[in-house]
Design a protein around this ligand. Structure first.
Ligand code: ADP
Length: 493
């Protein structure tokens, strides 16, 4: 029954793209034969007969053009034309024939136009529907393909869809969290507020990376959180979320990649603990060693033993380097574990600069250390840590410049800050390296420069100290012409 309905109803055939030849042939022949039979049996008068023939012809043309396109309409017109000619030649007298043939040609013209317009419309609509169907199938296939890829990707992915307010995750995510993420967005957010922690504290829904990504609509958000699984295992997760917008720039979903960094963080913690412990353990023997060496130095001087004196002086120098290395290592580990604390106090920066310069003048008589028109500046900072920054910049200025080179220190007032600069006329730093030197363990590498001792920790530590004082540190330098290191720290108001 349904098949018959599909066969007869042209509306149901829209978008099928099937145009039959037999249906219009058989359909027209049977309807026209039925009309002919009816007229024969009822012996209808000519006006009723003509009306019946024309009405059925129009209906046939419209129906078959709609059912089978231009082809269906034209077949109908052809058969109707034959039928009209048959009537004219079999039933009319010679005198009437010419007028009837003219009417027939006029009607044929009308039928052809009708079938062409309706047939073309039908075929056009069919094409549109087929295109739409193909696009839908393509989209569905793409969706399946994408889902398969996501499902089998070796990284945990979570997708929040705003269109249907749902959230889903792939297999890897299920393995990582030991639960299926597939459901309503709001319930997932409620679940996460019970299971996500940051710095040991429970997170409110606004703090969740997912909610932030949904609300802030930023390019991407990267965060590390602690997640407590249902089996009570604690995970450290790194979540990278990126928003997805439609063509009208409306947010439609947020994709997050979750990585398990529990082991990495544990190893880092162990490493930091080790460095911390090792540098602490090193500190005491090095200090005792230095004390003993100084004693030995004094004795050798008293005994006028120049050979021993020089040997011990050298040993003291090496011990000091070792001491500096241990203390730098400790500071780096403190920075990385967030345990570098400051004790702020008011002090005269000029006094500190003078102190540092005197120290260097004592040990490095070969250098000309010049303090240039310095303003009187009272700052509020950690005196010891600023001393550390200054000595580090001075050490570098000495290390990376010629033996008898000049070093100029200047300190001025600059918009609520003290601005200190340390200038040398040494090897300089290439433009491309100037930002990188403040990174951890970074050392400029090119032939000659490689021979300088060091590990690349000093500027990293200095940067952190200045940054934590809400100041800035930067360098101006030209290769071969020397460098000026600048830093700022807030003045005491
Ligand atoms: P270190 O001096 O122990 O290698 P730093 O962190 O103090 O480590 O410095 C990092 C790098 O920056 C140095 O290795 C050096 O290449 C470059 N650098 C620092 N200060 C200067 C300077 N005054 N002149 C030229 N290069 C410098």
């Amino acid at each position: 029954m349904d098949r018959l309905y599909l066969f007869l109803n042209p509306m149901r055939r829209l978008g099928m793209g099937k145009y039959s030849v037999f249906a219009p042939l058989l359909g027209n022949l049977s309807v026209l034969s039925f009309v002919e039979l009816f007229l024969f049996l009822t012996d209808s008068q000519s006006t009723f007969g003509a009306t019946l023939i024309i009405t059925s012809s129009i209906l046939l043309v419209v129906y078959f053009a709609f059912r089978d396109g231009i082809r269906g309409g034209i077949i109908s017109v052809g058969l109707i034309l034959f039928y009209y000619l048959y009537i004219i030649f079999s039933r009319q007298e010679l005198s009437q024939r010419q007028a009837s043939i003219q009417t027939t040609f006029f009607l044929t013209g009308v039928y052809i136009s009708l079938s062409a317009i309706i047939g073309w419309l039908k075929q056009y609509v069919d094409r549109l529907i087929i295109k739409e169907k193909k696009a839908t199938i393509f989209m569905e296939e793409e969706k399946i393909r994408l889902n398969r890829i996501l499902e089998h990707l070796p990284i945990a992915i979570r997708i929040a869809n705003l269109r249907d307010n749902r959230i889903e995750g792939n297999k890897k995510l299920e393995e990582l969290l030991r639960r299926k993420v597939n459901g309503n967005l709001e319930s997932e957010i409620a679940y996460l507020t019970d299971h996500e922690y940051k710095n040991g504290k429970k997170m409110s829904s606004e703090d969740l990376t997912l909610v932030k990504a949904l609300k802030e609509k930023k390019k991407s958000i990267s965060e590390e959180i602690e997640y407590i699984r249902d089996d009570k295992k604690k995970l450290k997760l790194k979540i990278n979320s990126a928003p997805i917008f439609n063509k009208k720039r409306k947010l439609i979903s947020v994709v997050s990649v979750l990585s398990d960094v529990t082991v990495d963080r544990l190893m880092e913690e162990r490493k930091n603990n080790f460095i911390n412990m090792a540098s602490h353990e090193l500190k005491t023997p090095i200090t005792s060693m230095k004390l003993l060496l100084n004693l030995l130095l004094k004795r050798s001087k008293e005994q006028n033993n120049t050979a021993i004196f020089e040997l011990v002086s050298n040993l003291i120098l090496q011990t000091e380097r070792l001491q500096q290395l241990a203390s730098d290592l400790l500071d780096v580990s403190r920075i990385q574990t967030g345990k570098l604390f400051f004790m702020k106090q008011e002090f005269l920066l000029n006094e500190l600069i003078a102190e540092v310069c005197d120290l260097f003048r004592e040990t490095r008589q070969d250098k000309r250390i010049v303090v240039k028109d310095t303003n009187t500046l009272v700052v509020s900072a950690d005196r010891f840590r600023i001393y550390q920054v200054l000595t580090n910049l001075m050490t570098n200025a000495i290390k990376y410049s010629d033996k008898d080179g000049e070093i100029i220190i200047q300190a001025k007032k600059a918009e609520g800050f003290a601005h200190v600069s340390v200038k040398d006329f040494g090897i300089g730093i290439d433009n491309s390296q100037q930002k990188k030197i403040f990174g951890l363990l970074y050392q400029v590498k090119d032939g000659r420069d490689k021979t300088f001792p060091g590990l690349g920790m000093g500027l990293f530590i200095s940067k952190e100290i200045v940054k934590r004082h809400k100041g800035k540190i930067w360098v101006e330098s030209e290769k071969g012409r020397g460098s000026t290191f600048h830093f700022t720290i807030p003045l005491d108001n």
